[in-house]
Ligand binder design. Sequence first.
Ligand code: GRF
Length: 218
Amino acid sequence: MSRHDLIKAIAQSIPKRRREKLRVAVLVSGNGSNLQALIDYSKRFDSRFEITLVVGNNKESLAYKRASAAFIENHCVDHRQFPKKSLFEERILVHLHEANIDLVVLAGFLRVLSRSFLERYPNRIINLHPSLLPRHPGLHAIQKALDARDDIAGCTVHLVDEGLDTGPIIDQQSCLVRLEDDLTTLTKKIQTLEHALLPGIVQDIATQVLKRPFTDFA
Ligand code: GRF
């Protein structure tokens, strides 16, 4: 499916509510630079989405500071504090539900979500991955591209399914891998691509949703 068709399909899965902007939650585990790119885009005058919730699973993440600086509700839900994965996920789901979230974005979120979690937001969870999927799924994707001596690397935004980085691909951006590139330089190149790709896709989904007629009058 093309980017356009997939974005339309995602938008169809999001109930259209009487609101000015799509309400987006971002789940993170790390530095949160992609969260920051989303926040920055959401502040643009033409943005059709707002980041209304940030959930991290790692208390060291910078994401909470970034969210707080932008006055965004944020929570740390540390998976290690829960005896069962289902309880960890349930806590996140409560936050998503209470914040009335339309779309969930995984931006460097290092947990695999279960089928029952995904079923609560069918077709409404997207993930960012630092490789040209289906090449190099899983952790350390950039190092894998270097080890494989790939000529081209990049990033992918895809719909989340139960597999590890296996869902339908919405779009990708690529860059050349130079002989002199190392993990630091290639990561920088890929992150620059990510910071443009991800907010653009969220904006396109939001635009499609907000174009549709209302399905409730709340
Ligand atoms: C990104 O490279 C993303 O592709 C991967 O994890 C990284 C997160 O970076 N899934 P940041 O936390 O957004 O800076």
